[in-house]
Each structure stands twice: as C-alpha cells, then as structure tokens.
Design a protein around this ligand. Sequence first.
Ligand code: COA
Ligand code: ZN
Length: 316
Amino acid sequence: MTDRRRVEFVEVAPRDGFQSIGEPIPTAEKIAIIDGLLEAGFRRMEIGSFVNPKAVPQMADMAEVAVAFRDRKDARLSILVPNSKGAEIALESGYRALVFVVSVSETHNRKNVRRSVAESLDQLRSIVETIGRSGDYALRIDLATAFDCPFDGTVSLDDLRRVYLAARSIAPDAEFALCDTTGCADPLSVETRFSALIKEDPQATWAFHGHDTFGMGVANSFAAYSAGVRIIDAATAGLGGCPFAPGASGNTAMEDLVFAFTRGGVDSGIDLERLLNAADRIARLPGGQTESHLRQVPRERIAQVLPERTAEQRAQ
Ligand code: COA
Ligand code: ZN
C-alpha cells in the first residue's frame, strides 16, 4: 500500500529551469539558489546536467556547481546525464545519484541527444554496468515524451510501455519518471497511463515530471498521486522550457504544488516561506520565464489558509 499522507518532491529548477535561460547565470548565483532551496527543506534536487556544453551552454559550469555540493549528504542531489560520458564525469565528481534521459519518441530522442532510442538504451546499459561495479548508487530514468512529442504528436501507451520495459530490463532497480515534456498531458491520461503501468508492474518506483504549458501541471501531478505516484518533480517559480521541445513552457510551479498538498494535509517537509523566498530570487533571473499562482497571493493570506505545521513535521 502506498502512504496516502506523504509525498516526495524533486526540485528541478537548477536543471530543467536553468537550461531554459540563454544568458549564462553566474555560478555563484546558481549555488546561492540551490542553497536557498536546500534551506527550504528539499531532500531531492536535480542540480544540473553533465551534457555537451555546445548543446546546453548554460551547463558549461556544471563541474563547479558539482564541487560546491559534493559533500552534502543530507539530500539526494542528482545530475542528469544523456550518455555514458556524462555518467563517468558525474561519478568522477563524487555523485552517485544520476538521472538518465531517454525519449519514447524517436524524433525527440534524436533532437535531444542525437541518438536513436536503441542507441540511448545501449548508453543506459553501459552506465548501469559502470555504476553497478562501483557500489551504491541511485538511478532515475526519465522517460521523456511519455505522453506527447513536440514533433510526432501523441505518443501511444504501447510505445511508452515498450521503451519502459526495455529500460526496466536494463536497470531493474531504477526509479522511472513519466515526463510530460511538452506540458500537453491532461489529468485523465496521466491517471490512466500510471494506473495501467503500475497495475502491470506494481514493484517499480514511479515518478511524475510535468510542465505547465496548458495550465495542467498541478492537476496532472494530483492525477499521478491518485494513481499511486509518490515522487513528483516541479521547479520553484515555475521556471523552465526545454530548448529541445519547442512550444513547451516551464515546469509546474513547486510552490503551487507544495501549497496544494499542504492544504490537503499531505506533508512534504517543505517550508513554504523559505520556498517563496527562493522563488522570488529565481524570478529575478534575467531571461527566465516564470509562472506561479502562489507568488501573486499576499504572504499573510497564504499563512491564514494553511494548517500550522506540527512540531513533529518541522523536525523531519
Ligand atoms: N558531458 C560533457 N561533454 C560531452 C558529453 C557529456 N555528457 N557527451 C559528449 N560530450 C562532448 C564530447 O567529449 C565531444 O567533445 P569535443 O567536441 O571537445 O571532442 C562533444 O561533446 C561531442 O561528442 P559526441 O559524443 O559526438 O556528442 P554529440 O555531439 O553527438 O551530442 C549529446 C550528444 C548527448 C552529448 C548532446 O546531444 C547533449 O549533450 N544533449 C543534451 C540534451 C539535454 O540536456 N536536453 C535537456 C535535458 S532532457
Ligand atoms: Zn522537463
């Protein structure tokens, strides 16, 4: 049975959010934002990606960001890697929590990582062999375009299942995220897809990664939660927009999601006041596109309608 009263948020602004900004963000500013997010209580965060800096220039200083947090053992800080080279660099940098991305859609995978889906799965095989040899690790596999592809349109459940099963057979211990890369998914489809996959494979660990292009980010996250998903990605201030998914806007705003779950009595361990401070800082980044309901509401009003966190919750 899944625990109905818990949810684990994964903060992705430093990876999915920052990569959407063309102008380089000063490394010190990236580090200060990640620090602020850790202070807000996140115990899972994607702090960036080891990718070809020609493909994503914003990540050119990833090694410096990685050094700043490599000794932080109280949080699962992960790094996205698109290939085995990225995984090797992450391991050399002292990180054991990796996110590997493969798209369900052939066209998006080629645009994103310049490989076929089969070639990406070969990269995954080699990553699993390498990290498997070197002891404990935590691997998340992002199944991008799990609902819709910016180039090919709707992605079928059969195609999703096929790529998922192939990845699961290579990395049986990984966590699997269905990613709504284009922000086009709707809540009923999110619930239907997760329910179908969870029914077929109840032992797997599932996560949802949503974008808010059509304003469905929070609703889609709840649809995933209703289907039993307990790990949900979002980006503080709703920063984002994938450079390889034209038409997609930012991720679901983390503060809106934290508010929704907290108001419903589900604790996520996040301090909303500190989260909003981090959101304000992110919203000031030049060139960033942000979107958030909660930032528009006066802080006193938010405090009035939220239940007080218990002493036990604050201590967690
Ligand atoms: N980290 C850093 N550098 C990398 C790298 C990585 N993970 N993978 C490859 N490189 C470097 C190579 O060393 C090579 O450098 P050189 O030109 O100095 O010799 C160069 O990139 C090209 O290598 P190649 O293997 O031919 O890669 P590619 O040009 O075919 O690009 C990817 C493939 C996957 C590396 C590239 O498409 C990429 O980084 N995509 C990232 C996509 C992304 O982040 N999307 C958003 C998140 S889902
Ligand atoms: Zn994304």
